[in-house]
Design a protein around this ligand. Structure first.
Ligand code: SF4
Ligand code: SF4
Length: 494
């Protein structure tokens, strides 16, 4: 089905919207049968029980039926703005999903293109008056597609993380050693990744130039000051998301230094992956297992230390952990536990206050280049965080701070999107780079780790005097007492 076919389907869909309530009720049971046919026997493990939307708990069909096709979201959608294609817009994706659920979309190849090109940025839901949760709807659609979530690498990585974490760490270190040897670069140059049909791996090789051989969790686990023993209460618990843990070790250590400097004593929660990767790549039951383990770990610490906030320094992970309840809508016991855990989660972007950093700000604001802020999608659209980081950055940078045009537009990183959809991702990134250049910023502060990878890869090629840094690293640098040695040392390999 191409765009024209989609247009042909729109009138019957509109007619469906105009049915009276009796017809809607009988249509609803028919639709639920269709959903079951679409989802098959795996429905319980592959799909959410319901969606927790801004307008209450909804079935997938009720959530998607809230899209009235007004098109108000269209110009906020990066993929639509770039391609101009209705099927690659929020409205188009919602209508595809409605047709899939109603059993009227027969061409799953077109549906797959429509759903797989969504960046899950959430900009459409921010713009939409009905707050239709398009990203969640798209993920449900992806999980309905045959074979989605069965990718060998996704299964192997998630399986190892769940069942043999040490082996996953070892596997990653061996891959990093190979990367340091230059072999992957050679493979990329020889076109081997294209040959095996995985050109995205060459992009990944370019995007992450430096990799650590000691992960943040290892360093933090061995720090006696971050252990719960001997404490009766703490001001925070640090949750190490996979980006800071496995790639940007310096970010994790900077976050812990900033928390220790401004928020009193804390602990390292010694967590597992939040489950977002498994969730977004179709392995919902694995995502639930990651969530259960993190919730249990939080409860163990809570029994020792009482209430404390759980601080994460990757906005994607923080936003996902705040939505854990949605994973368990069909499981009352875990649903309550997930809600309690989510209520304790805070993004580092919202946790540090200007009052805390005021005394340490000093005269760092003078000198240096311009500083700007990129809103990670899962910070602004996923958690509504916009004001807090700006207040701190203005305080610490003074007149050097400039607003970034279209700061809440996705950078095209979007997890692994840059590797799975390199064409669209590059065009979205170019727009971000033009905006950065337009304000002549030299430092772009962000709170998402895939944003750091994506923006730095683009800046390196197009605007090498500028760089993207994590929010924690920026605060750490700007508030550090240069005469005092750091308790948490800087990482040797980052
Ligand atoms: S998602 Fe919202 S804004 Fe977009 S077309 Fe549907 S109702 Fe309108
Ligand atoms: S989540 Fe982002 S890419 Fe996907 S439809 Fe919405 S605005 Fe477009």
């Amino acid at each position: 089905m191409r765009d024209n076919d989609y247009q042909d389907q729109r009138e019957p869909a509109r007619a469906g919207m105009e049915m009276d309530s009796t017809v809607v009720t009988s249509a609803s049971s028919h639709i639920h049968r269709e959903i079951n046919e679409l989802y098959g026997h795996e429905q319980a493990v592959r799909h959410l029980g319901s969606l927790l939307t801004n307008l209450g708990e909804k079935s997938l069909y009720d959530a998607v039926a809230q899209c009235n096709r007004c098109g108000y979201c269209e110009t906020s959608c990066p993929t639509y703005s770039i391609t101009g294609r209705e099927t690659i817009s929020p409205r188009g994706r919602n209508q595809f999903m409605r047709m899939l659920v109603e059993g009227r979309a027969k061409n799953t190849a077109s549906a797959e293109e429509s759903l797989s090109t969504c960046m899950l940025c959430g900009a459409c839901s921010t713009a939409c008056y009905a707050k239709v949760p398009t990203a969640d709807i798209v993920l449900e659609g992806r999980r309905a597609l045959k074979g989605y979530g069965d990718n060998f690498f996704a299964r192997a990585a998630v399986g190892l993380m769940l069942n043999a974490q040490w082996l996953f760490d070892l596997w990653l270190k061996l891959a990093y050693l190979a990367k340091r040897s230059g072999l992957p670069r050679l493979a990329a140059k020889m076109g081997l990744y294209d040959f095996v049909g995985m050109p995205g791996l060459a992009e990944a090789e370019h995007a992450v130039p430096k990799v650590p051989l000691r992960f943040a969790a290892e360093l933090l686990r061995s720090d006696p000051a971050l252990k719960p023993g001997g404490k009766s209460s703490v001001g925070w618990a640090y949750f190490a998301p996979c980006g800071p843990n496995y790639i940007f070790t310096g970010v994790a250590l900077a976050t812990v230094r900033v928390l220790s400097r401004f928020c009193g004593e804390g602990v390292f929660i010694d967590n597992q992956c939040c489950g977002l990767m498994a969730h977004n790549y179709g392995r919902l039951e694995d995502a639930r297992e990651f969530a259960r383990r993190n919730i249990s770990r939080y409860e163990e610490l809570k029994a020792l230390l009482g209430d404390f906030p759980v601080i994460a320094d990757c906005s994607s992970c923080a936003a996902f952990m705040k939505s854990y309840e949605q994973l368990f809508t069909a499981d009352p016991l875990w649903r309550d536990r997930a809600r309690a855990f989510s209520g304790a989660v805070r993004d580092i972007l919202e946790f540090i206050t200007p009052e805390q950093t005021a005394a340490a700000a000093g005269d760092q604001a003078a000198g240096g280049g311009r500083v700007t802020y990129h809103d990670s999608c899962r910070a602004c659209h996923g958690q509504g965080i916009r004001r807090e980081p700006r207040e701190i950055l203005r305080q610490l940078s003074g007149s050097r701070y400039v607003e970034l045009p279209e700061s809440d537009w996705c950078c095209g990183g979007a997890g692994a999107y840059a590797f799975t959809q390199p064409g669209i991702s590059k065009q979205v990134l170019d727009r971000k780079l033009r905006n950065i250049a337009s304000v002549q910023a030299e430092t772009v502060v962000a709170g998402g780790t895939s944003c750091l990878i994506q923006i730095n890869a683009g800046l390196k090629a197009a605007y090498p005097s500028a760089k993207a840094v994590h929010y924690s690293v920026f605060i750490d640098e700007m508030t550090r007492d240069k005469k005092q040695p750091d308790r948490v040392p800087p990482p040797a390999s980052v």
